[in-house]
Each structure stands twice: as structure tokens, then as C-alpha cells.
Design a protein around this ligand. Structure first.
Ligand SMILES: [Zn+2]
Length: 422
């Protein structure tokens, strides 16, 4: 069973693939835009399918549109999957998600070329719609695999323009009517590994090329509507107004203060999406719609903050004579990474003499949902200047090559140590 074949992560081949992939949805300032369901999403999927098939992997699309490319194993054992997502935020960078998918591709190709005889089936996975999207369902693919999204929720889901999710999923090769088939359990999927950019400055500050992730923050999102009174912007006295924009603005500033007052590093909040109606220069805004997001390392703090926000927003709304409504659209608990996988990643890094840090992730990832039913682990490479979700996002190839090698050797170690009784 033991085989000592050596597989090396090729930086040159990874980089060539990465540059080609980065042209899909390329923007003028070096970033990419590949939102879920777009023409660029379809093109990225086609590229991955063609590339995986060329190197002889068994390529499949599941019912939610996740891409799986499998290298069969010599034993009937649970699969070990490695991957991330290929979609991007609007005006995003080249590395978020794509790094993990293309590193997974290089990992499997290197193992194949090195003649490694894997016991477990090994798979590349690229999840559908990891980033926030018009359907308000981020990490859609991994949540579905983990059985954390209901079929009826998915079937009823529409974007803000009325396009059904079913329509968007069919366009990427899935079908929500069969969405239960995309679900996996730990006897089918034994472990999941994800390589990702850090999206912060902690590794750069620590001058380490690599981090083993210990856990991932919880994320809570509310869709808020503030309803005031639209009226003439000239003839309505300032004291007679119920301006939805101003009320929402006061609520937003109160939200920031409430979070700052807690003085906790692992607690943050954002209002990143905001719309006013009718959005005309000569009309007092009649309503405002926005998304409030809270992230925390503790589920209790996250829920306490959500309750406090609603209380303060109600008080402000009552004083300004507007109506406040909020609907929970995401309530995702923090998740710890698997201890066995963490030890494997650390052991391999030590053997390769690569200095590493341990980090708790304040960014959400597909690994959060994988961790709910299988052994999940993550590696981070440094983000230059900590920049992410913007076109300046950048990581060094030297760091990626080190992390890629840790990924390859960790997969080999997991393949040889997991399920050894079988
Ligand atoms: Zn990502």
C-alpha cells in the first residue's frame, strides 16, 4: 500500500493556467468580474471542464451546479476533495476562489504525474455561487452539499429582477428538482481541503508564508427595509418629512457605534448594499433597502449584536416616523476546522520546514459548510497589503508554491492515514 512516489507542485504550470483563467471576466485594472450565473461564470466552468478532462479526470456537474473532477482510488473509501470557488465579487480580484481551484488542479495533476497510487478517490471541486449574489444565497453550492439549504427555499428563490434561481442553475448544468442528490455525507466525502488567500494583513505582519486555519467566523445578514414618505423635495418643509434615506443613515451610524463599543477584534459589521427609492434628485426618498451583516467568532455575540441592532433601529425609526422591517437572510454559526486535518497540515509544513501561523478566519468560506459534516481544513497564503475583494488583490507565486506543496503532501498523508482499518 505504502508508496513513496514524489509529487511536486509546479509553479510554472500553475501560473500559466492561472493567467489564462484570469482572462475570463478580466477588468481593465487587473481584476476580474465573474458573478454567479453570468456569461463569465459559464466560460470559467467550460475552461475547468476542458482542462480537467484533458488531464484525464472524471468530470461531473451536480444538481446545484458544483463542478467535481475525480481521480478514482484503489479502494472503496470516502473521497478526499480539494478546491474552492470560481465566481468572484463585483470588481473583484484574480485570486479569491480561483487560487484554490487552480491549485487543486495542479495538485491532482502533480499527483497523477508523480505516479501516486491513491487509496481514496481524490477530487477537485469548484463550488457554485460562493460569493454574495442577486439571489441572496452565498456559499450556495457548499451549503447544498452540506444539506443546509432546503429545496423549497431554492425553488422559490428569485433575484431582485425576478429571475428564478432554477433558471440560473439550469444554465450552469444543474437542476433544483434533483437538488437532494447533490448532498453528501461523511461516508461519501471523508475530507475537504481549501487553499485560499488570507484577505487580511496578519500573515504579512507575522512574516510567515502560510497559515493553517483553526476556524471560520459566523456570518449573520439582515435585509432591512425602511419605509418613510416620498414627497416633493422643494415644497415639503424639513420638519414635515419622513425621509427614509436619512433614517437609514442614522441607523447605519448607530450600527457602527454599537459594534465599536464592544471593542472586540473578532466582531465586525458592514452595510455593503444600499438602495433608495425612487432615487431621484427632486424626490424625498420614500424607502431604503439595505443589507446589514455581522461577523463574529462566537454565535452568542453575533446574535446579541443582531438583537441590539434591531432594538436601536426600531427606536430611531419610531422617532423619525418611519417603519423598520428586517428579515434574516443568513444565520451561519462559526465553525472549527477538523483537528486531525489541522495536525496533518501542521505536521507536513514542519516536515517541509515551512514556517506557518495559525489563524482564525474572519472571511467566510465554503469550508465552513464542509466542516459541518466532514473533516475540513484550510490553508491561507498572504495577501499583499491585505487587499481583497478589489482589483488590487495580489499574492506571491513563491508563497503559493509552498502552500501547494503542503497541500499535495497533506493529501498523501491523509490518504495513507485516514480509514486505515478499511
Ligand atoms: Zn473566496
Amino acid at each position: 500500500m505504502e508508496n513513496s512516489a514524489k509529487a511536486s507542485f509546479s509553479g510554472d504550470r500553475f501560473w500559466a493556467n492561472f493567467l489564462t483563467f484570469s482572462k475570463i471576466g478580466a477588468l481593465s485594472q487587473g481584476g476580474v468580474e465573474r458573478p454567479f450565473g453570468s456569461a463569465e461564470d459559464l466560460e470559467a466552468r467550460k475552461y475547468l471542464r476542458d482542462t480537467c478532462q484533458t488531464i484525464g479526470l472524471d468530470f461531473q456537474v451536480d444538481a446545484i451546479g458544483n463542478l467535481w473532477a475525480v481521480m478514482p482510488g484503489s479502494k472503496d473509501l470516502p473521497m478526499i476533495a480539494v478546491g474552492s470557488h470560481h465566481d468572484s465579487v463585483p470588481q473583484g480580484g484574480r485570486f479569491d476562489g480561483a487560487l484554490g481551484v487552480l491549485a487543486a488542479l495542479e495538485t491532482l495533476q502533480a499527483l497523477k504525474e508523480g505516479g501516486y497510487q491513491n487509496r481514496h478517490p481524490l477530487a477537485l471541486v469548484s463550488f457554485t455561487a460562493e460569493e454574495p449574489n442577486p439571489f441572496n444565497l452565498s456559499t450556495m453550492g457548499s451549503r447544498t452539499v452540506a444539506g443546509r439549504l432546503r429545496k423549497d427555499t431554492l425553488l422559490l428563490s428569485k433575484d431582485w429582477n425576478g429571475r428564478t434561481l432554477q433558471d440560473a442553475i439550469r444554465a450552469v448544468g444543474g437542476n433544483l428538482e434533483q437538488v437532494e442528490e447533490a448532498r453528501k455525507n461523511s461516508s461519501e466525502l471523508g475530507a475537504f481541503l481549501e487553499l485560499h488567500i488570507e484577505q487580511g494583513k496578519r500573515l504579512e505582519r507575522a512574516q510567515k508564508p502560510l497559515a493553517v486555519v483553526t476556524g471560520i467566523c459566523g456570518i449573520y445578514r439582515l435585509e432591512v427595509t425602511v419605509t418613510g414618505e416620498a414627497n416633493h423635495a422643494g415644497t415639503t418643509m424639513l420638519t414635515d418629512r419622513h425621509d427614509a434615506f436619512l433614517a437609514a443613515s442614522e441607523i447605519a451610524l448607530a450600527f457602527e457605534k454599537m459594534l465599536l463599543d464592544q471593542q472586540q477584534d473578532e466582531l465586525v459589521g458592514t452595510i455593503g448594499r444600499f438602495e433608495i427609492f425612487p432615487n431621484a434628485a427632486n424626490i424625498i426618498p420614500g424607502s431604503a433597502r439595505f443589507i446589514v451583516e455581522i461577523r463574529a467568532s462566537s454565535v452568542n455575540i453575533m446574535h446579541e449584536m443582531a438583537a441590539l441592532f434591531q432594538k436601536e433601529a426600531q427606536t430611531i425609526s419610531a422617532r423619525r416616523g418611519v417603519q423598520f422591517q428586517a428579515q434574516v437572510i443568513l444565520d451561519q454559526a462559526p465553525e472549527a476546522m477538523d483537528q486531525f486535518v489541522i495536525s496533518t497540515l501542521e505536521d507536513v509544513s514542519t516536515k517541509l520546514k515551512i514556517p506557518y501561523d495559525r489563524l482564525f478566519s474572519m472571511a467566510g468560506h465554503d469550508a465552513t459548510h464542509m466542516a459541518s459534516f466532514t473533516k475540513a481544513g484550510m490553508l491561507f497564503v498572504p495577501s499583499i497589503d491585505g487587499k481583497s475583494h478589489c482589483q488590487d488583490e495580489e499574492s506571491r507565486l513563491e508563497d503559493i508554491v509552498l502552500a501547494g506543496q503542503v497541500m499535495i503532501d497533506s493529501i498523501i498523508q491523509l490518504d495513507q492515514t485516514m480509514d486505515t482499518n478499511s
